[in-house]
Design a protein around this ligand. Sequence first.
Ligand code: KG4
Ligand code: ZN
Length: 328
Amino acid sequence: MKDIIVLGIESSCDETSVSIVKNGREVISNIINSQIKIHENYGGVVPEIASRCHVEVINQVTKEALKQANMTFNDIDVISCTYGPGLVGALLVGVSYAKALSFALNKPLVGVNHIEGHIAANYITHKDLEPPFLCLIISGGHTHLVNIKSYSEFEILGKTRDDAIGEAFDKVARVVGLGYPGGPKVDKLAKTGQPNIELPRTYFDNLDFSFSGIKTAVLNLNHKNPDINKADLCASFEKAVTEMLVTNSIKAMKQLNVNKMALAGGVSANSYIRESFKNIEGITVYYPEINLCTDNAAMIASAGYYNYINGKISDLTLNAIPNLKIGE
Ligand code: KG4
Ligand code: ZN
């Protein structure tokens, strides 16, 4: 079979990324231009600034991706881009750019759901991973337990009823004075502390999650006891949220009768969470390599490849859908 080379574009939040991937699994180049340094000044992503930054760099990031791959546009078979969920202005930059490339080069256009992209990051890292499996997507904007029935069929089993887990990590980091983005900083500080502070866990009779209770508990504790040991607080927070993730994941695997699961999304870079899932007996757990956990275009090109070979091809009416749901 002829190789299929996909050029992927990601611009849903604060990373402008362009990647070239062969046959959905082999990364040839993956350029990520992060705006973290700019948004750091504001303590979070400022949507207007994010859009402007994407516009400024997308052309250069694309040229760099081609250069590193030692390719020209002639070598590309398919153009894929994230079209949701995400910030509308940010998404529109990638979608418009992808549409322009598709039209000018006369190459097929494939829209990709960002969350399905996070799942596909696992296909790049684990060449042998094939559906069906359970996937826990934990990122700055999402917390979903998903039954991956095939490369293009998804069933949501549970999701957060309030904050995404990454939002909770970022908020905890901010109140204990670690700054933005907080996840990696909480991860690092927690390693020096003990999980000895009692925090609430929230469970429902289905597989949904809730992180607002624990987030508020951390905020209140920190407010009432300004001298509280921050490392212990971070370690206790990580332990509690991980327990909720593990409990629901085990329940979901029993429900599906599978013993194979993957983690995906920015928070799956967390070392305590990775270690805890690795220690669950009787299951095989996969997670993407660290640089494919957070937003990148390689995962979009991989998901784009599977959409393409399954006939899910877009046209020039493709638009940004900020609240796009998985499986839509
Ligand atoms: O997947 P991602 O790049 O963006 C979304 O699609 O939302 O995830 C970003 C989130 C942020 O909340 C960030 O703090 C968190 O992932 N994150 C982490 C770690 N690295 C990134 N959270 C906990 N531990 C980490 N090591
Ligand atoms: Zn993401």
